[in-house]
Design a protein around this ligand. Structure first.
Ligand code: SAH
Ligand code: SF4
Length: 403
């Protein structure tokens, strides 16, 4: 049975004032531990002196045990549990659709609120054991010409609670509670779903703090990758506040072509982007940046472009992830021929860069999505894109072994 919860009206500024009866209850899943301490004291549910201890206890129930009902918090006094339940919520949003591929890829369509639906995909055998691809926005304000999400207007940013909920739902389905369970299936998180995470950095960074907290889900920050189309002024802040691994959607080695593929390039051209990457906090051989490069037939896939790429990223600790383009209805590109991709990869490999090309996973369930009717167009579009996410997430495999 699923529990429906409307998180859409929980604006970040309201998070600390759960006692206001006129507003929907704050979901405690979206609060970092310091925020949780503040919420518990400000609501009057917990007295000041005990707030830190109580917050850790509650945090552990939510993120270590995965409970969705305050009644299950057996070491919290009954009256306190009742007060918590009156004031806050820890319910999950509704899973409207769940699909499992023959290869083990799992996909959930999650309804955060009416009309606010996102997809989350779990890809096995990626990263240390398996990666979860999460969304940071519904839609996107940027219009990359090869990306279907870019054709959907931005609906809104997701809250930290909604980002964390994607991880919780995956863990429910994978039976990953308690979080320190042996033989876990979920080891990595990639922000490669819908949206531009650096345009929602506050919520993304709170979500990363929650997901990486060792009292809870405990996924190490070096196993969390944030992919950006290149919002240069936010790169420093991303590194400082999250210490996450960085992935850059590069896709071209010269400005005229990148302007066309990733229009944000007009604002932050390649030279500026490269300077921003070089300055990314914590960049080293053990913490390399990933360049994502979508392979578009006759557009960016020539051997000369591979050589230009090697030259462009010289001196940056990096690996390159070559993503076979996934066409969508109305898209103006084709995927490069396999031979062209291999030649491209060989040039990068010869220059010393790891450049995995991954066969997309979960084709069977995505093909089923392709048969959905037009009212589900949005779902189908993002599902198609998840094919590329599955391929991209393949890059984590080698990196993570070095951890
Ligand atoms: N907005 C962020 C993260 C989400 S997009 C970003 O652009 O990095 C995640 C990745 O999917 C990006 O590298 C993007 O370029 C790639 N992508 C988008 N559409 C694609 C398609 N049709 N085929 C292959 N990769 C695609
Ligand atoms: Fe937005 Fe990323 Fe798609 Fe570009 S590739 S439109 S930034 S989601």
């Amino acid at each position: 049975m699923s529990v429906t919860l409307d998180l859409s009206r929980v604006a970040p500024a309201e998070k600390q004032t759960g006692a206001d009866a006129a507003k929907p209850p704050v979901n405690l899943s979206g609060l970092t531990r310091p925020q949780l301490i503040a919420a518990l004291t400000e609501s009057g549910v917990v007295e000041h002196g005990k707030a830190k201890m109580r917050a850790t206890q509650v945090f552990r129930w939510i993120h270590h045990r995965g409970v969705t009902d305050f009644a299950q918090m057996s070491d919290v006094a009954k009256e306190t549990r009742a007060r918590l339940a009156e004031t806050f919520t820890i319910a999950r949003p509704e899973v409207v659709e769940r699909q499992v591929s023959k290869d083990g890829t799992r996909k959930w369509l999650i309804r955060m609120a009416p009309g606010i639906e996102v997809e989350t995909v779990y890809i096995p055998s990626v990263g240390r054991v398996g990666a979860l691809c999460v969304s940071s926005q519904v839609g996107c304000t940027l219009n990359c010409s090869f990306c279907h999400t870019g054709t959907q207007p931005l609906v809104r940013n997701l809250t930290a609670a909604e980002i964390v909920a994607q991880v919780q739902i995956a863990k429910d389905d994978l039976a990953e509670w308690p979080s320190d369970k042996e033989d876990r299936l979920l080891s990595n998180i990639v922000f490669m779903g819908m949206g531009e995470p650096l345009y929602n950095l506050g919520q993304v960074s709170d979500a990363i703090e929650i997901i990486s907290d060792n009292e809870g889900i405990g996924i190490s920050r070096r196993r969390i990758t944030v992919s950006t189309s290149g919002v240069v002024p936010m790169l420093g802040k991303l590194g400082e506040t999250t210490q996450a691994m960085l992935a850059i959607s590069l896709h071209a080695t010269n400005d005229p072509l990148r302007d066309e593929l990733v229009p944000l390039n007009k604002k932050y051209p390649i030279a500026q982007l490269m300077d921003g990457i070089r300055a990314y906090p914590g960049l080293s051989n053990a913490r390399r940046v990933t360049f994502e490069y979508v392979m578009l037939k006759g557009v960016n896939d020539s051997p000369d472009e591979a050589r230009a790429l090697v030259k462009l990223i010289k001196g940056i600790p990096a690996k390159i992830n070559l993503i076979p383009f996934n066409p969508w209805p109305g898209s103006q590109y084709e995927c490069s021929d396999w031979g062209a991709i291999e030649t491209f990869a060989a040039i990068l490999n010869k220059a010393g860069y790891s450049s995995p090309i991954r066969t997309p996973r979960g084709r069977d369930i995505l093909a089923a999505c392709g048969q959905l009717k037009s009212e589900s167009e949005k779902v189908r579009a993002s599902a198609l894109r998840k094919l590329s996410m599955a391929a991209m997430a393949g890059m984590l495999e080698e990196e993570d072994d070095a951890a």
